[in-house]
Every structure is written in C-alpha cells, then in structure tokens.
Design a protein around this ligand. Structure first.
Ligand SMILES: O=C(O)c1cccc(O)c1
Ligand SMILES: CC(=O)C(=O)O
Length: 312
C-alpha cells in the first residue's frame, strides 16, 4: 500500500499486490505500508481483485471506480472478494480498510457517498452471512479523489475474536438516522498467534469521538481527541478483553502502526502534540489530512496493539 498523491489501482508487481491510494495531499510526504510474511507466498489477480496468501493469511485489494451511485458496484466487488476468500479458505476477514473518495459529499441521487457505500457493503455481508460470518475491524475514511479503494486481511477459522466497546453502540446496530444501512464493522479484532513466543494482536478499527451512537464534543478538537483516545483505552483494556473471554489487556502505549486522520489541517499541530504525549515514543504514527465519515467528526485514530501487559 502506498499512501500517496494520486490513485493507482491494485496491480501485481514482482509477485506482490501494490496499490496507490490518494490519501496524502501535495504538501505532505507519501509513505508505504507493507504487509510482510516470512513464509512462501502465492499471489494472483481475479478480475479487479489482487491478492496474495501465505497459507495462514490472505491479503486482498480492489478498487471501485467513480460511480454515480456506489451501492451496486460496491456490493458486487465485496461479494467477489468474499467469494475469493471463501474459495481460498480464508473465511475470517479480520481487518479491512475502505478509503472512500469525497466520503461526505453526495452521490448523483443526493445521498452521502458513505451512506451509499454502506448499503452495498451491508448487502454483501447479509448475502454472505453463512460463509463470512463476522464483520471485521475496519476503517471507513475519506480519500482525496473519486472512487473507493478497499483492502483487507483474512485468516483461517479459529484465531479471530471480534471486539465491541461497551461505551459505543455496535456500528452494525446504529439507528437509521446515520443511513439506511448501518456500517458493517466491529470495533477491533483480537488475533491469537499460534506460533510459540508470538504475542497476540489487537487490530483497532478507526475510532472517533462517538459515545453510544452520537458524536460528542462537537467542534471541540481537544474534547474529540480525549474521547477518541478514551474509547481506544476502554476497547483494549483488560476489563473489556475479559468481557470477551480473553485474558490479555493493553494500554494506549502498546498501540503502534497508528494512523491519525484529521479533517482540518489547522488542527494538525494540537493533534500531533497530544499524540506525542500519549503514544509510545517508538510508535510508528502517520497523520493524514482527510475527511472523516461524519461531517461532525474532526479526528479518527486506528492502530495495532502487540505487547501483552503480562509480558512486561
Ligand atoms: O464504515 C467503516 O468501515 C468505518 C469503520 C471505522 C470508522 C469509520 O469511520 C468507518
Ligand atoms: C468513526 C465512526 O464512524 C464510528 O465509529 O462509527
């Protein structure tokens, strides 16, 4: 994945999927996000899907080009991806990114692009509920040009536990004031590592200043940041993992590979300062100046936790 100044649809390059996503504005530095394996990998393309697998994990990417109305092409693309994941035997999609061009602008019917996207995605999950049961941890965030880039990681059965946050209504149960179909995602995924000495991992979804189903701290960047970080702390806490039948627990300083999405460039300095305070000094953090999926959300944060409290 190259987070860059233009969009380049998924291709196989030297046997590896490569995708350029338009998520970085002209004044900021592009960066690469690389998913590595130490096992032999096999890759391929199938229509618009580009994928690679190593026997344990599947990576798959696809792009839905600009549409007057997204729901049908999004549903078709998601269903094609589910079919591939099912055929290759990776039926637990545990982390997904949806980079939606002009996410809060209207489509040709006057519906917000995000709500339009959510309809197609929800229909695909409904159709595949018996094979691809659970909704993954996900990010749904603005991209800087038209079209929607999606990519995901999937694994075999038995390793993934999907987490919710007791402070937040599950997104898939949001009432219809946020759109005709609720967003199809879990707040996080806990992955049990089977290898000896490997630590378990929590993939934290894009998280924002939402309590219940409501945006809180309107027009208050400091408040939204505090609530967002608090939501992540609750989600990864020992108590919440215990509620999900898991013995581990994590702290905000365990969060790494962090993406911080900031709607207004003017807020970047205060967001950077706060993040420098709460995240570990060695954490890998990138800041992206893009729209968030609700017009009233100023900031959204995602990341990956790896260090178990018990190990420290
Ligand atoms: O719709 C999503 O997949 C999504 C997931 C996380 C945060 C967010 O704003 C949106
Ligand atoms: C961020 C967001 O949209 C959600 O958590 O629902």
């Amino acid at each position: 994945m190259i987070y860059q100044h233009t969009s380049e649809p998924p291709v196989l390059r030297d046997g590896a999927p490569q995708v350029g996503v338009h998520m970085v504005d002209a004044g900021a530095e592009p960066f690469a996000e690389v998913w590595l394996t130490d096992k032999p990998a096999r890759s391929g393309t199938l229509d618009a899907l580009v994928w690679a697998e190593d026997g344990e994990y599947l990576f798959c990417a696809f792009r839905v080009e600009k549409q007057a109305v997204y729901r049908q092409p999004v549903r078709a693309a998601y269903e094609a991806a589910f079919e591939l994941a099912d055929r290759l035997g990776y039926t637990k999609i545990f982390r997904m990114w949806n980079l939606v061009g002009h996410i809060t602008r209207d489509n040709a019917e006057g519906m917000e692009n995000y709500r339009d996207f959510c309809i197609g995605r929800a229909e695909a999950f409904e159709r595949w509920s018996s094979r691809i049961g659970s909704m993954p941890a996900a990010t749904g965030i603005g991209a800087l040009s038209d079209g929607i880039d999606c990519y995901f990681l999937a694994c075999r059965e038995g390793k993934a536990t999907f987490l919710e946050n007791p402070l937040q209504t599950p997104a898939y149960k949001y009432p219809d004031q946020y759109g005709p179909k609720s967003p199809s995602f879990a707040r996080a995924t806990y992955l049990t590592q089977v290898e000896e000495h490997a630590t378990n991992i929590v993939y934290v979804s894009g998280t924002a200043s939402i309590i219940g189903d409501e945006t809180v701290c309107l027009e208050d960047i400091d408040g939204q940041l505090d609530l967002t970080i608090g939501n992540i702390e609750t989600l990864i806490s020992r108590g919440n993992l215990w509620l999900h039948g898991i013995g581990d627990g994590y702290r905000i300083a365990d969060l790494d590979f962090i993406k911080v999405y900031v709607r207004d460039a003017e807020h970047l300095p205060v967001v950077r300062a706060k993040c420098a305070e709460v995240f570990a000094a060695h954490a890998n953090v990138v800041y992206l100046n893009v729209d968030v999926c609700r017009p009233d959300l100023l900031v959204e944060i995602e990341g990956i936790c790896r260090q178990e409290i018990a190990d420290r």
